[in-house]
Write a protein of this length. Structure first.
Ligand code: C5P
Length: 394
């Protein structure tokens, strides 16, 4: 059941649409209103839409002697408080329980999503912002208000987002709540992105890897309950929530960091595109363009994955093989020579695979020789299949 707590703001009328959309999607919706909210919208509107009596008063709703706020608190899978006034946010921050909504919020163990809506001066007031930060630190989720023309005539942040936006946030939260926690407590070490090998103070050697595959793996592993450390080369991607990110630049730095964590890890997934060579010497000053030719001497970087294969105890080791020819044969050779448990191979020449795309076309091969050819799919979907496979190998 989704409970919607409506508080006394002008945006309360917008929540009629939210209740209606969720009801139409088949959710059981219970509306709870504060007394002030009933000044803006009649409870009858919500009870008609949700086909349930609206709860306003703490003491008029006893049902067969049951303690209603506890019963509703237990039945609720997600509590949405929208619009949330500065007042309700302050009350929740201080643990007050002086009406039905605040009392049931204290009594519930479910996810609470809060959509603040108020005048922008109120919203940006340091006290309100500190209250929001405090509640966030306790696990409350907040939907950021929109900016625009407010009911009071001011322009600024504080507008309740559209019903569609609120509903998609609620549905996304429910989807995440339902993700299986099958990697709970397992330690995953994931590498992502490219490495950058310095030539002089302003130039480097690198490749086109964006880090999307490694970031998708880290994101999905974290959502499935794993404790994730992500060793990342330079990318433009946002650090995944709840993941420890260690930023590195060169292959040598990645080598060092990976080995720091390796011993205390259950599964390592090396999705990074590591440079095989680096300039033998990094020039201290910018190389001048005087000469017609320039020869750079390169030396080999350590193969990080192979060094892990050599040092492996009980860890599951997953490598990637980006190939442009003889995909399977090359991938199997890598699986064996690097002592891996699983290799994910893709043909970088194929459309929709490899670097710089949101999709991938992969073949997963395990150490028993099982070959699984997958179709084109998003990197998140592929990440989940790879993570499934790491469980089966344990
Ligand atoms: O041998 P190849 O470079 O094709 O192998 C790719 C796999 O090895 C990837 O998982 C990549 O992260 C890893 N690798 C590594 N260190 C290197 C080169 C590749 O860990 N120096």
């Amino acid at each position: 059941m989704i409970t919607i707590g409506v508080t006394g703001g002008i945006a309360a009328y917008k929540i009629i649409d939210v209740a209606s959309l969720l009801t139409k999607k088949g959710y059981e919706v219970q509306a709870v209103m504060t007394k002030n909210a009933t000044e803006f919208v009649a409870p009858l509107t919500f009870s008609t839409i949700t086909s349930k009596p609206v709860i306003v008063d703490m003491f008029k709703q006893e049902k067969d002697g049951a303690v209603l706020h506890i019963e509703i608190a237990k039945k609720t899978e997600l509590l949405l408080i929208a619009p949330a006034t500065a007042n309700i946010i302050a009350k929740l921050k201080n643990g007050l329980a002086d009406d039905f909504l605040t009392t049931m919020t204290l009594a519930t163990k479910c996810k609470v999503v809060i959509a603040p809506a108020m005048n922008s001066n109120m919203y940006t007031n340091q006290i309100v912002q500190e209250n929001i930060e405090y509640l966030k630190s306790k696990g409350f989720l907040f939907i950021e208000p929109d900016s625009g023309l407010l009911a009071c005539g001011d322009i600024g942040i504080g507008k309740l987002p559209t019903a569609d936006k609120i509903v998609s946030y609620v549905l996304k939260t429910i989807e995440e709540m339902n993700i299986k926690q099958d990697l709970l407590g397992k330690k995953y070490l994931i590498t992502a992105g490219r490495t950058v090998e310095a030539i002089d103070p302003m130039r480097y050697l690198s490749n086109y890897s964006t880090g999307k595959m490694g970031y998708a793996l880290a994101t999905m592993a974290q959502k499935r309950g794993a404790i994730v450390t992500l060793i990342s080369g330079p990318t433009n991607l946002k650090p995944p929530a709840g993941v420890t990110v260690v930023n590195v630049r060169s292959a040598m730095e990645m080598y060092e960091e990976v080995h720091k964590y390796f011993k205390d890890t259950d599964v390592v997934i090396k999705a990074a595109a590591v440079a095989d060579f680096r300039p033998k010497e990094v020039q201290q000053d910018k190389i001048k363009k005087g000469a017609d030719t320039l020869t750079l001497e390169l030396i080999k970087n350590p193969d990080i994955l192979k060094s892990l294969g050599d040092a492996k105890e009980n860890q599951i080791l997953v490598g990637f093989a980006a190939e442009s020819e003889n995909l399977i044969e090359n991938a199997i050779n890598k699986l064996n020579s690097k002592n891996l448990d699983i290799i994910v191979a893709n043909n970088i020449k194929q459309d929709g695979a490899g670097f710089n795309t949101d999709t991938n076309i992969a073949t997963i091969i395990d150490k028993s020789g099982k070959i699984n050819n997958l179709s084109k799919m998003s990197k998140e979907e592929l990440a989940n299949i790879i993570l499934d496979k790491t469980r089966m190998e344990r």
